[in-house]
Write a protein of this length. Structure first.
Length: 259
């Protein structure tokens, strides 16, 4: 039977990592943890499971995930974030796939939990993710904040049944703080990519970002949580392009100061 390596990058994930690891039981044939020198109990929790725990300096999400894949023993990779877990239906889909692996990569929906409530609309569902693939059929690419696994030309991809469960924020305050951080990192990545930001660019992205997620994507149907998610998304977009203008005028700090 073909074997699967699960790879996870971590940094201070004591609140999430055990749920992630428990969901891999019966699915992964090995688990690789690449940790950016956590100062909490992440390592102790991981070592309760049969994992290979590797410390590696953090240089961006994209590069860290590519490093993690290179540590895997098997060519079939299941890549998860520490705040994610497989639903029972998705576990069954992956287990069944082991005897009938026909495609180069597999996508599945990600269902996001916001402060105890599952979100059904906006940008948050179905939120398709390509997380199961042959390691040699692509690479993690795009910007370091919005990294995605990019398959080689000609690769075949199929969708699996079941949701990847995600707990991105533990509170509204945590959401605000992370969105501010993501805006900083996103501006830095845009600056490196040579993107521009005019005087009106932040306002255009704020307005369109809110309208798209709240109206076009149906965030309004998720009630007050939908409004809060779409509002913070739009504000983060505004801050990102405003910060980009500052970086163009002043120059950027080292990436490590933003993480």
């Amino acid at each position: 039977m073909p074997k699967i390596s699960a790879v996870i990058i971590t940094y201070n994930e004591e609140s999430f990592i055990e749920r992630c690891l428990a969901s891999l039981d019966g699915v992964a044939d090995e688990i690789i943890i690449v940790d950016s020198y956590s100062s909490d109990s992440t390592e102790d929790i991981c070592k309760k499971y049969n994992v290979r725990f590797i410390r590696h300096p953090f240089e961006g999400y994209r590069d860290q995930k590519n490093f993690a894949i290179r540590q895997a023993s098997f060519n079939k990779i299941l890549s998860l974030d520490a705040d994610e877990a497989l639903s029972n239906e998705l576990k069954e889909s992956i287990i069944a796939l082991k005897d009938n692996w026909e495609y180069d990569g597999y996508v599945f929906n990600r269902r996001n939990n916001y402060c105890g409530h599952w979100i059904r609309f906006s940008e948050w569902y179905p939120d398709k993710q390509l997380r199961l693939f042959y390691a040699d059929k692509g690479t993690w690419g795009d910007l370091n904040l919005h990294e995605k696994f990019i398959m080689n030309n000609g690769c075949r991809i199929k969708r699996l049944k079941g949701d990847l469960l995600h707990w991105p924020f533990v509170s509204v305050q945590d959401h605000r703080e992370k969105m501010d951080k993501y805006a900083e990192i996103g501006a830095y990545e845009f600056y490196k990519a040579g993107k521009k930001s005019g005087i009106f660019t932040p306002y255009i992205h704020f307005t369109w970002g809110f309208f798209r997620s709240y109206i076009v994507k149906g965030g309004i149907l998720d009630g007050k949580n939908g409004y809060r998610i779409c509002s913070l998304y739009a504000k983060s977009s505004f801050k990102k392009y405003k910060k980009l203008r500052e970086l163009i005028n002043q120059g950027p700090p080292p990436l490590k100061e933003l993480l």
